[in-house]
Design a protein around this ligand. Structure first.
Ligand code: NAD
Ligand code: IPM
Ligand code: MN
Length: 355
């Protein structure tokens, strides 16, 4: 097998952790006799510096020529005062839209050695295993108009969803539930928002085709609470763009650190894989970023884009064993553990795979 992978490191720690994913993939390639070739383009602030725009058209073109995309993270103080359309985050939103990456899959599963590093009580998170399915190309992020009015003294953003956008993400959730424990929690704000009421209708319609799947509707505020009081009650959570963004950062505490969380963004064609966290300007350049969310995103790429389930599991097991051996990065506070930096953590995972 031979695959072409596009690397989009982005900014801040994105630049530091992308190499970790590449090293791990090269180790897998050697062990399983696969050929990965890598291309690299800039996105976010780095692309603004190079091209004057957070995402150049030629980058989108090059992504479309690839078999899959790995992205680090975008953003940084340096670019925060740019006009909105030039901000690094626009690069991310633009690539999601341009490639039709409507389904963002964020698996939240605590690694046993990290359970006590979570701010939640161990007995509360024990056994939690959640799949957040976040709609990624609609809602408030993309609705028009989004603008200032009344001489800048008023602002409007638009929450728009077309039925077709909801149907495809809800279908993805049902399909995912069928290969898990057949339970979906659909999260909305149907007591206030019209778009949520339509969302609920569509979930109920779709559920008729999946009689084995139990469906629960939950308001987003209640879901935010239940995520930290009773996380084991969730299996597949499906929700719109902004709710999914917020709930997945919240859910990251279950894993001990946001640095651990991978994600897959899927379209009808190409997939993009990125950690859930941002560019972490507070620790960028120090060599201490946790590369595991990025490395686990590479595992998701193997599974979702290349159907290499065994190889994906190999990476996940190597991460697990490394943590079990007591190694952790600075974002995880583990008693009697060994604190390591980005490069050492990557090397430890590589060595586990080689064994
Ligand atoms: P962040 O996720 O970058 O950081 C939040 C906190 O978590 C920070 O204290 C950071 O040090 C820590 N953290 C995050 N990832 C870590 C890792 N791998 N290892 C160790 N610690 C880690 O969120 P923020 O500070 O709100 O945002 C910073 C910038 O990143 C902003 O410009 C924002 O727009 C951008 N951002 C980008 C993405 C993305 O590219 N997908 C996601 C979120 C935020
Ligand atoms: C994420 C990020 C992005 C989002 C930002 C940086 C645009 O927070 O990937 O979760 O809100 O989707
Ligand atoms: Mn986010």
């Amino acid at each position: 097998m031979s695959k072409q992978i596009m690397l989009l490191p982005g900014d801040g720690i994105g630049q530091e952790i992308i190499g970790s994913a590449k090293m791990v993939l090269n180790t897998i390639a050697e062990k399983y006799n696969i050929t990965f070739t890598f291309n690299q383009h800039s996105i976010g602030g780095a692309a603004y510096e190079e091209h004057g725009t957070p995402l150049a058209d030629e980058t989108v073109e090059a992504c479309l020529q690839s078999d899959a995309i790995l992205l680090g993270a975008v953003g940084g103080k340096k670019w925060d005062s740019l006009p909105p359309h030039l901000r690094p985050e626009q690069g991310l939103l633009k690539i999601r839209k341009a490639l039709g990456l409507f389904a963002n899959i964020r698996p939240i599963k605590g690694f046993a050695p990290l359970l006590h590093a979570s701010p939640l009580k161990e007995e509360v998170i024990h056994g939690s295993d959640i799949l957040i399915i976040r709609e990624l190309t609609g809602g408030l992020y993309f609705g028009k108009p989004s603008e200032r009015r009344e001489d800048g003294n008023a602002a409007v953003d638009t929450l728009y969803y077309h039925r077709a956008e909801i149907e495809r993400i809800v279908e993805k959730a049902f399909e995912s539930a069928m290969i898990r424990s057949k339970h979906i929690t659909s999260i909305d704000k149907a007591n206030v928002l019209e778009s949520s009421r339509m969302w609920r209708e569509i979930v109920d319609e779709k559920s008729k085709a999946y009689p084995e799947v139990t469906v629960e509707h939950m308001l987003v505020d209640a879901a935010a609470m239940k995520l930290v009081t009773n996380p084991t009650s969730f299996d597949v959570m499906v929700t719109e763009n902004l709710f999914g963004d917020i709930l997945s950062d919240e859910a990251s505490v279950l894993t001990g650190s946001i640095g651990m969380l991978p994600s897959a963004s899927l379209s009808e064609g190409i997939g993009l894989f990125e950690p859930v966290h941002g560019s972490a300007p507070d620790i960028a350049g120090k060599g201490i970023a946790n590369p595991l969310g990025m490395i686990l995103s590479a595992a998701l790429m193997l599974r979702y884009s290349f159907d290499l389930d065994e190889e994906a599991t190999e990476i996940e097991t190597a991460v697990s064993k490394t943590l079990e051996a007591g190694y952790h990065t600075a974002d995880l506070d583990i008693k009697n553990g060994t604190k390591v930096g980005t490069a050492e953590m990557t090397e430890l995972v590589v060595q586990q795979i080689k064994q």
